[in-house]
Design a protein around this ligand. Structure first.
Ligand code: GAL
Length: 414
């Protein structure tokens, strides 16, 4: 009797699994060591819930390649179930009527109560949730190899003037001061970090969020461009085209002293078995202490022909905002939880510092969306801004010409 009862339970369990099990094809660009390990956590959790994960990864930092592939899949009428999409692009996709409404899952999971409004607003279209946030990354970090600094007799800089002094010493000692990846999005990442440091939070907001033409053409913007060129002069000849994670490796291998990069870099240090405080240190990039450029990764679910798939989409969304996932994923990825109230026990000192800096910045008005990581302005204007930055970075253009071009580029797109 007992065995029969067990069998019935097992069969009905199996039945319920197969009844509700569906495949979720997930488009993402998390292919570096740390990124792949992080997204692996989501795959495992989804599969434990009885659904199937179909991986659709498109390599290329910042999702530049992934977004091109996504557009062609949607145009051909065959969108993936879920895709990593961020910032104003979420609303642009929603406007086309191709994305799923996640409001029911959001209500059941109390997303409005658990997410800071500033972040949940990014996830909504016409007041309804159409995206699920995964994490909060901070952009304006400086990743440091303290042993290289020590060997060069240099001090870890807090201002751009100090940076120049330190970088000269590091170069003279035979090291590469700055590990750089010469790809437009990486150059734009360094640029926006400099704009925040040189101009301050209000200036950053005016120029790169509100697109105020006066700020874009100002002397402060010229100074930011000059600082960017100064930083470039401390990078190596092989930087063009280099992937960001290879630049991170230069820091932990002791070839380079610093990298300016968002905290997904920490995922690489971790995968390489490096120890915080001993092998590497992360502090705010010069002049950006207590200022915070945020970058929130999120997933949008696309409407599917097969209605069963909606259940799997809902499950994926629910899992992402669970405390369990927020902890596993973010401790691997280098980011911090997007939901309030998640235990900090498993987070390292860099993450704790990130959370503290986020809170300080939120109070002072210095919590700002990253332009380079698609959080601040529409994709088309962002593209125009990044083009100017890259053209300036890779030519002999003067900083006044760059500022003028920036104004023109933004005017043309508006
Ligand atoms: C960012 C993204 C991060 C990280 C990085 C490098 O735009 O938000 O999660 O993946 O690109 O690929």
């Amino acid at each position: 009797m007992k065995t029969l009862k067990n069998m019935t339970v097992a069969l009905s369990l199996l039945g319920s699994l197969s009844l509700f099990s569906a495949e979720v094809e997930v488009l993402h660009w998390w292919t570096s060591g740390g990124e792949a390990k992080s997204v692996g956590a989501l795959k495992t959790m989804l599969e434990k819930s009885g659904h199937t994960w179909k991986d659709f990864s498109v390599a290329g930092g910042n999702g530049v390649n992934a977004m091109t592939v996504l557009k062609s899949r949607v145009v051909s009428g065959n969108p993936p179930s879920a895709a990593q999409i961020k910032g104003p692009s979420i609303q642009e996709w929603a406007e086309l009527g191709v994305v799923s409404d996640l409001n029911e899952v959001a209500k059941a999971g109390k997303w409005d109560e658990r997410l800071p409004k500033m972040f949940s607003d990014h996830m909504k279209y016409e007041g309804k949730y159409v995206a699920v946030p995964v994490n909060v990354h901070r952009i304006n970090w400086m990743w440091v190899n303290p042993a290289v600094f020590k060997k060069a007799g240099a001090t870890i800089p807090k201002t751009w003037a100090d940076f120049e002094v330190a970088a000269k010493k590091i170069k003279a000692a035979g090291f590469i001061p700055v590990a750089a990846g010469g790809q437009p999005w990486q150059e734009a990442t360094v640029f926006e970090t400099i704009v925040l440091g040189v101009g301050g939070a209000d200036f950053y907001k005016k120029a790169l969020v509100d697109l105020d033409l006066e700020a874009l053409g100002s002397d402060t913007m010229k100074k930011s461009f000059d600082t960017l060129k100064m930083v470039k002069s401390f990078t190596d000849k092989n930087a063009p085209g280099r992937d960001w994670n290879l630049a991170t490796a230069m820091v932990y291998k002791g070839e380079a002293a610093m990298q300016f990069m968002g905290d997904w870099a920490k995922g690489e240090f971790k995968v390489a078995g490096k120890v915080i405080g001993k092998d590497y240190v992360a502090i705010a990039a010069p002049q950006t202490n207590n200022k915070y450029l945020y970058n929130i990764d999120s997933f949008v679910m696309f409407k599917q022909k097969d209605a069963e798939k909606a259940k799997a989409q809902a499950k994926l969304s629910e899992l992402i905002l669970s405390d369990e996932f927020q902890i596993i994923f973010n401790t691997r990825k280098g980011s911090v939880p997007v939901t309030d109230g998640v235990s900090r026990d498993k987070f390292d000192p860099i993450a704790i510092n990130s959370i503290n800096q986020l809170n300080a910045a939120a109070k002072s008005g210095a919590l700002l969306p990253s332009m380079a990581h698609q959080m601040a302005i529409s994709d088309s204007i962002k593209g125009a801004v990044v083009d100017v930055v890259t053209n300036f970075y890779n030519s002999k253009m003067s900083s006044s010409d760059a500022a003028k071009l920036l104004v023109d580029a933004v005017k043309n797109e508006m």
